[in-house]
Structure formats: structure tokens, C-alpha cells
Design a protein around this ligand. Structure first.
Ligand SMILES: Cc1cc2nc3c(=O)[nH]c(=O)nc-3n(C[C@H](O)[C@H](O)[C@H](O)COP(=O)(O)O)c2cc1C
Length: 339
């Protein structure tokens, strides 16, 4: 995979599942990161081709819990992000999914206590030897690109020093979220400190932080010198941010997201969480729509709330048809329902 001059959907827990990634890609994202998945969780999974939906699932053994769902449509652009504190476990996890994804990324920026207490996420930033061990182990054993995503360290000099060490491991690119571990999302991202990393490395740097409009892609590239740009909240609130023609109305984007959630049988918790984030940004959860999302127990409820019962029925009818037919490839069927 090529990392220069790309628009990138950031990893987002509970949001970055298959329908959201495909939605972002449809609007123009070149690379789409999945939500962080912890290695401990993935190593308990088995790979299952899901002919019913037309996708590939990684399902926790002995249960029907889908930990990661992907499909051939996104294979060339989806990045699987792992949360880890151990090179061997990270490799075991990566080996399970590496044939189905375009690249593997290691999360070195998560400031949440569950990550830090497990020695994962931002806890890695103070352990350069462990970073080296994890990244070189993955590099040596896998033949797809390996990357990682970091936050800024206490001083810009420290960040540059760490970035140089990371570059030496042979990673294909480095994503830099322009905030320190203690910064809150409302604190402005420090694009100038990302620029210091860009000018010190020769691998592609993916600049991340405070991109909310299509024009910001250009602004952050100019300010940082980075060749690629990653966006999280701007895409969560309106995934059409990637479209050069300008953003669509959020209601339209939301409708498309609901349809894709139905089409790919998304985990209803993920769909609800994503819809709630959109509603909180543009409206209020106190209004009937928000209350309806909160009350929804399954995708049928969501379909009803958004007037998509017919689509819901059509998708499910089509699935039973395909299930009974060996001649039809289900992903083709799914494709034809995408619009
Ligand atoms: C809902 C949400 C979930 C996130 N989950 C992850 C994650 O799984 N892995 C990760 O590296 N960063 C995660 N982040 C951080 C984003 O990827 C990104 O670095 C951060 O939000 C800054 O980008 P932004 O200013 O465009 O929002 C998450 C952010 C949000 C808002």
C-alpha cells in the first residue's frame, strides 16, 4: 500500500466498523483504519467466511461474538489497528488477519486507563525498546505494511527522537496525532510539532488532529509538510468530509450509514454509538430521534426509526435467496444493494 498523498479515516473505537469504513471510502477516503482491537481479544478468535452477509468474520471461539468484520471490497485499503504490549502476542494476532487487510497498525497513542494499565497505547511511548521489539517482530514476519500511530511527547525534541527510532524499525509510515497524552480533545492539535517530525523523517508521516473541513486537508499539509492526513471526529460527524465536492447534509450521510449498517449486519451497539455521536453533534439526544436511537434494541428497530423497513426487508430477503443459491456470489449481491 502506498502512503503518500492519502486521505485517511482514523481508527475510532466502536465507530470504525465495516459500514462506516465503506461509507468513508465511498466519499473519498483512500485508507480506512478499523477500530483498535486488543491482541488478547483477537487471539481468541477464528476466521470464518460469512457467506450469508458476504464478508469475513473473526469470531471469538465458542461464541458468536464478531470481533472484526471485513469484506473483499475494502481489502486494498483497510488497516487493522492492534492494541498490544507484547511483540509475540501482537504477531499472533496480526497473523490471523493479515491475509484479509491491507496493513497492520499499532496503537501507541491511546491515553485511556485500560490501555495504559495494560502497558498498551500511550504506555508504549515511554518504552522505545518494546516499540522496537513489536515493530521489528511484525516487520520480519509479515509481508504487508506495518505502521504505528503516536501522540506527541513532552518536548518536540523527544517526539522527533522517538519518531526517528520508529523509522529505523522499517515501518512504512508513521501517523502522528498532534496532541500530548494529557491533552483533551478540545485542546488544539499542535501542527507545528507534527511538522518537526515530518522534516526529520523520510518515510511518509500521516498528520492527525483538528481536520473538520475538506479545506483543512490542504491547510494541515501545508502547515506540517505531511504527505497524508488522517481525520477522526470530522469524519465521525460527517463522513462526506472526504468528498472534494464538499460535504453532504448530515441527514443524508446518516441515512446512508443506516443503510450500510443494515446491509452489513453491523453490531447494533456500534451503529447506535455512531448515530448518537452524530446526533449529539448536530442536534440533541433529548429529541425524539435521539431517544429512539437509545431505545433501539436491534437493527430492525433502527430501520423502523429511520423509515428503512423496506430496505431492511429487501436485504434480508436477498440474503435468504443467496443463501439458497450456490451460483450467486453474495458479495456481488451486497454490491448491488450498496446504492
Ligand atoms: C470516538 C473516537 C474513538 C477513537 N478510537 C481510537 C482508536 O481506536 N485508536 C486510535 O489510535 N485512536 C482513536 N481515537 C483517536 C483518533 O484516531 C484521533 O487520533 C483523534 O481523535 C484526533 O483526531 P481528530 O482531531 O481528527 O479527532 C479515537 C477518537 C474518537 C473521537
Amino acid at each position: 500500500m502506498e502512503y503518500r498523498d492519502k486521505l485517511v479515516l482514523a481508527p475510532m473505537v466502536r465507530v470504525g466498523t465495516l459500514p462506516f469504513r465503506l461509507l468513508a471510502a465511498e466519499y473519498g477516503a483512500d485508507i480506512t483504519y478499523g477500530e483498535e482491537i486488543i491482541d488478547h481479544k483477537l487471539v481468541k478468535c477464528e476466521r470464518k467466511v460469512n457467506e450469508y452477509i458476504g464478508c469475513t468474520d473473526f469470531v471469538e471461539k465458542g461464541t458468536d461474538l464478531v470481533v472484526f468484520r471485513t469484506c473483499p471490497l475494502e481489502k486494498s485499503q483497510v488497516v487493522f489497528q492492534i492494541g498490544t504490549s507484547d511483540a509475540v502476542r501482537a504477531l499472533t494476532a496480526a497473523q490471523l488477519v493479515c491475509k484479509d487487510v491491507a496493513a497492520i497498525d499499532i496503537n501507541m497513542g491511546c491515553p485511556k486507563s485500560f490501555s495504559i494499565s495494560g502497558g498498551m497505547g500511550a504506555a508504549l511511548l515511554s518504552k522505545p525498546e518494546l516499540i522496537h521489539d513489536i515493530l521489528t517482530t511484525l516487520k520480519r514476519n509479515l509481508d504487508i505494511p506495518i505502521t504505528c500511530k503516536i501522540r506527541l511527547l513532552k518536548s518536540s525534541q523527544d517526539t522527533v527522537e522517538l519518531a526517528r527510532r520508529i523509522e529505523k524499525t522499517g515501518v512504512s509510515a508513521l501517523a502522528v496525532h498532534g496532541r500530548r497524552v494529557a491533552d483533551r480533545p478540545r485542546d488544539p492539535a499542535k501542527w507545528s510539532e507534527i511538522a518537526n517530525v515530518v522534516s526529520s523523517l523520510s518515510i511518509p508521516v500521516i498528520a492527525n488532529g483538528d481536520v473538520f473541513e475538506y479545506d483543512d486537508f490542504k491547510r494541515i499539509k501545508v502547515a506540517t509538510g505531511a504527505s497524508s492526513v488522517m481525520v477522526a471526529r470530522g469524519a465521525l460527524w460527517n463522513a462526506s468530509i472526504f468528498s472534494p465536492e464538499g460535504k453532504l447534509h448530515w441527514e443524508e450521510v446518516k441515512r446512508e450509514y443506516v443503510r450500510k449498517s443494515i446491509l452489513w449486519d453491523n453490531d447494533v451497539k456500534s451503529t447506535k454509538h455512531t448515530l448518537k455521536e452524530m446526533i449529539m453533534h448536530y442536534s440533541s439526544l433529548e429529541l425524539p430521534e435521539g431517544k429512539g436511537v437509545i431505545k433501539s434494541e436491534n437493527l430492525a428497530d433502527i430501520a423502523k426509526l429511520y423509515g428503512e423497513e423496506k430496505y431492511y426487508k429487501l436485504v434480508n430477503a436477498n440474503r435468504s435467496f443467496v443463501n439458497g443459491s450456490t451460483e450467486n456470489s453474495l458479495s456481488c449481491q451486497s454490491n448491488s444493494l450498496l446504492t
